[in-house]
Design a protein around this ligand. Structure first.
Ligand code: UD1
Ligand code: UDP
Length: 371
């Protein structure tokens, strides 16, 4: 039996690691050990509950308004005794959070090979997104096996001279996860408050580098559009970060057609996305999911590490300037041709079988059948 430890800590890592955990559980040759750092608490629990994942260890590190230093040091110190005790054959991490980077470093210090799920995403700009671009580059420096979601992410890894025989293009496990969640008889309370002839825009915004002025600019643009059209409803499940909560509640106080709601569990979020007219977001994961749901996305950032969605036509990078965001919203609301072009684009992130490929490659890597 090969002992494969998955380590993750936030909502998006959990959503995209869940299909891998499920696959490890189903495979008779692997013994999965699930460690969560608890970088997120409530937002992580929502995902674990839905996928019925019961962690073997929970470091429970989250503190209100935690700093990057606190997350990093607590993860490193918390993982050390677990790695010593369990001696896994391999560790799998996902993406680009501070949990991802610190868990890779802890594994490296304990001589455990790391497989990086969603390897090779790049903006090549250390300030955007911050600190995720550094986290993903550092993780790739420490990893032994790279699960690149697309050919482009493989090319990024090759440019950095990571060995070609350790890079496997698998597709993104976000697409695997969608197969567990989307259903057509979906109902949510927020939907019953919205008349059938209204259009819904789904909004999420949380990134550290957007907090403050950029987020405020976007919120003002959304206010402008919402106030001008009462037959439009903006649904914003607000991230639990106290800074984001404060900004959102200040900006949208008293606007009846902007609905600030608690973070949705993953089933609610995916189904609400599927019912929306379009999506506005600075999230990474949402950029991967939207093409499969045929929903245009206005990306509220200046850069994206997911240019495949821009090339395919689903994603439009609009930045955070108030007027630019307002115009981009108006265009999607009034220009049907543009809307249809974006909605009809092909999903470039895989076929929903990424987790199977990842687990197969781990087994081959550990038995030295490949590489
Ligand atoms: C983190 C990741 C980011 C990812 C995001 C996904 C880092 C540095 N950032 O950012 O890459 O896009 O998760 O959402 O790794 N909080 C709660 N309950 C929760 C979750 C968060 O109360 O379930 C609050 C806490 O006060 C916490 C704060 O939100 O201190 C910020 O959480 P943190 O994980 O530090 O940053 P995120 O912005 O969530
Ligand atoms: N998501 C969710 N509930 C919400 C908002 C988002 O389940 O209220 C899901 C979304 O479908 C995606 C993931 O969370 O799979 C994205 O997480 P987030 O935006 O927090 O992080 P990022 O992807 O930007 O790192």
């Amino acid at each position: 039996m090969q002992k494969i430890m998955t380590i993750f800590g936030t909502r998006p890592e959990a959503i995209k690691m869940a299909p891998v955990v499920k696959q490890l559980v189903a495979d008779e040759q692997t013994k999965p050990i699930v460690v969560v750092t608890g970088q997120h608490r409530e937002m992580l629990k929502q995902v674990l509950d839905f996928f019925q994942i019961h962690p073997d260890y929970d470091l429970a590190i989250m503190k209100k308004n935690q700093s990057l230093d606190q997350i990093t040091s607590r993860v490193l110190l918390g993982l050390a005794p677990i790695l010593d005790q369990e001696q896994p054959d391999m560790v799998l991490v996902h993406g680009d959070t501070t949990t991802t980077m610190a868990a890779s470093l802890a594994s490296f210090y304990h001589h455990v090979p790391v497989g990086h799920v969603e390897a090779g995403l790049r903006t090549w700009d250390m300030a955007s997104p911050f600190p995720e671009e550094a986290n993903r580059q550092l993780t790739d420096d420490l990893a032994s096996l790279y699960f690149a979601p697309t050919d482009l992410s493989k090319q990024n890894l090759l440019k950095e001279h990571h060995p070609a025989d350790r890079i496997i293009v698998t597709g993104n496990t976000a697409i695997d996860a969608l197969q567990y969640t989307v259903n057509h008889d979906y109902h949510h309370d927020v939907l019953s408050q919205i008349p059938d002839d209204h259009r819904i825009i789904l909004l999420t915004m949380h990134r550290r580098e957007n907090q403050g002025t950029p987020m405020n600019n976007v919120f003002q643009a959304v206010r402008d559009v919402a106030l001008a059209d009462p037959r439009l409803d903006i649904v914003y499940p607000v991230h639990l970060s106290p800074r984001v909560q404060e900004q959102a509640h200040q900006a949208f106080a008293g606007i009846a057609n902007v609905h600030l709601i608690a973070p949705l569990d993953v089933v609610d979020f995916h189904n609400l996305a599927a019912r929306s007219h379009f999506i506005m977001t600075d999230s990474g994961g949402v950029q991967e999911e939207a093409p499969s749901l045929n929903k245009p996305v206005l990306v509220l950032r200046d850069t994206t590490e997911r240019p495949e969605g821009v090339t395919a036509g689903t994603l439009k990078l609009v930045g955070t300037d108030r007027e630019q965001v307002r115009q981009a919203m108006q265009a999607l609301l009034t220009d049907d041709q543009q809307y249809q072009r974006m909605a009809a684009a092909q999903n470039p992130y895989g076929d929903g079988h990424a987790a199977e490929r990842i687990v197969d490659c781990c087994k081959q890597f550990l038995t030295k059948d490949i590489m």
